[in-house]
Structure formats: structure tokens, C-alpha cells
Design a binder for this molecule. Structure first.
Ligand code: SAH
Length: 241
């Protein structure tokens, strides 16, 4: 089934447009993205990031918190956030969630922190470091409900980066192109070793010139073995296969 890009949540467009302006300004100082025009950034970064709002696992995070507290404080980690995507659009669209963006490149995390401050986003923090190192830190290990990641690595590598951060029963959401059957097959061992079960695939279409993409949703069904993640550099050098 193919979905259109989600309708923007009501009232959010002005702040999302301010995000585009702040991002494009930073992008002239620090090389964050190849998308240099407002229109490219709007579709390719902002709307692409928000495709995730259609997923059932984001339902509880979208609305105002219920009296029971449900939907309040859902912890989301964006791995390899780069210039802040999907991190920053999600922080705007999910004001009741707590967002953390990590990237190994300090000039990028610094730029993202400046953009977040200029938009007065109080639900975002950034951390600088490699996923393989931060994923061993008890302050972050198995501390997140949802890990997101866009355009960072192949599936097997990404699952090893992401699984350490997710609490058991939590989810990993990965942005991918549509032609990834080989990658999915090649991730069989990684999925088994990391207890990451592919539970949902969501196809969507960004419209003219952008084409179809998909979100892959994994649920982590057990605590992670102490073996993972392997040392810095190993997941990409020798992907689990
Ligand atoms: N998610 C952003 C950026 C994608 S570029 C977007 O979609 O626009 C990939 C980013 O992942 C880069 O900024 C790179 O520094 C970061 N990255 C790659 N491997 C990483 C690792 N092991 N730990 C932390 N960050 C990593």
C-alpha cells in the first residue's frame, strides 16, 4: 500500500518554515546538506522527516498528553542526525516528546543546537560521539522508546548502531529507498543477533521528482547482548552477515 506524504499537523507550517530558513542559513556556514533551496529543503528534509507521523507507533506522541500521562515524555533518539533531520521537524511536530540527536561530527551537532535554540525548541538536546561508543554508556543504553535514522548506513550496520539505545519492546524506524530487498535479506543475521524484528513497512510518495520511499519499523524484543555494539568502526567494517 502506498501513502501520500502526511498532511501537516494543523498550525505547524509557520514554525517548520522558520526551521527551513534557519537551516539554510547554517548550511551556508557549515556544509550540512546538498539541499540548498527552500523548496528542496521543505520536501526533501522537512516533509520526508514527517512521513513518520503516519506510523501507529507515533500516534501516542502526537496528541496532547492524556490524563493518564500517555504520550508524555516519549524518548526519541535520532542517530546520525547530521543537520538535524528527522530530529528538528519531529521536535516541532511532537512537543510532548523528548528528542536527542547524536552525530560524530561536532560542527554538525553545534549547528543543530544553534538552530534548535533559534527556534526556542526546549525538547531537543544533541550529543557528539560515535554511536558505537555512546551505545555502551549506561546513560543512553536501552534508554529510548524510539530510535530514528535517515541516510546513515546499510541496514545491518544501522541495526547494530541503533539496537543498543532502544529499550526492550521499543522501536527502530529507518528511512530507506524502495529498492532494498537485497539489504533486507542481508540483514537476517543482524536482525536475529540484535532481536530486531521487522514489524512494519510503510511506503510513501513525496511527489513530483522525489518519488517513492519507505520507512522500515523494527521492534526490539529482548535486552541486547553485552557483545553489542562491537568496537568503534567494526559494525561498518564487518557488517553482521
Ligand atoms: N540524518 C541526516 C544526515 C545523514 S548523513 C539526514 O538525513 O539529512 C549521515 C550522518 O551520520 C553524518 O552526519 C555522519 O557524521 C553520521 N554518522 C555516520 N556514522 C556514525 C556513527 N557511527 N556514529 C555517529 N554518527 C554517525
Amino acid at each position: 500500500m502506498l501513502y501520500d506524504v502526511p498532511m501537516l499537523p494543523p498550525g505547524l507550517e509557520p514554525q517548520l518554515r522558520r526551521l527551513v530558513a534557519a537551516f539554510l542559513e547554517e548550511n551556508t556556514k557549515v556544509n550540512l546538506s546538498a539541499f540548498r533551496t527552500e523548496e528542496q529543503c521543505w520536501k526533501g528534509n522537512v516533509l520526508d522527516s514527517l512521513a513518520v507521523l503516519e506510523l501507529p507507533i507515533f500516534e501516542a506522541t502526537r496528541s496532547a498528553p492524556l490524563p493518564s500521562g500517555e504520550g508524555w515524555g516519549v524518548r526519541v533518539l535520532d542517530l546520525g542526525t547530521g543537520g538535524g533531520f528527522p530530529l528538528l521537524p519531529l521536535a516541532i511536530a511532537l512537543p510532548h516528546a523528548q528528542l536527542t540527536g547524536i552525530d560524530s561530527v561536532r560542527k554538525k551537532t553545534d549547528a543543530v543546537a544553534r538552530i534548535a535554540a533559534s527556534l526556542r525548541l526546549t525538547n531537543v538536546r544533541t550529543l557528539t560521539g560515535r554511536a558505537e561508543a555512546l551505545g555502551r554508556d549506561p546513560a543512553y543504553r536501552e534508554q529510548f522508546d524510539i530510535v530514528t535514522s535517515r541516510a546513515v548506513a546499510s541496514l545491518s550496520v544501522l541495526l547494530e548502531y541503533a539496537a543498543p539505545f532502544v529499550r526492550p519492546q521499543g522501536h527502530i524506524v529507518l528511512w530507506k529507498s524502495v529498492a532494498i530487498e537485497r539489504e533486507v535479506q542481508d540483514s537476517l543475521l543482524a536482525r536475529a543477533e540484535l532481536s530486531a524484528h521487522l514489524v512494519h513497512r510503510h511506503m510513501y510518495d513525496l511527489g513530483e521528482g522525489w518519488g517513492k520511499r519507505q520507512l522500515l519499523v523494527f521492534q526490539k524484543t529482548a535486552p541486547l547482548s553485552e557483545k553489542y555494539p562491537r568496537e568503534v568502526g567494526m559494525p561498518s567494517k564487518r557488517p553482521l552477515k
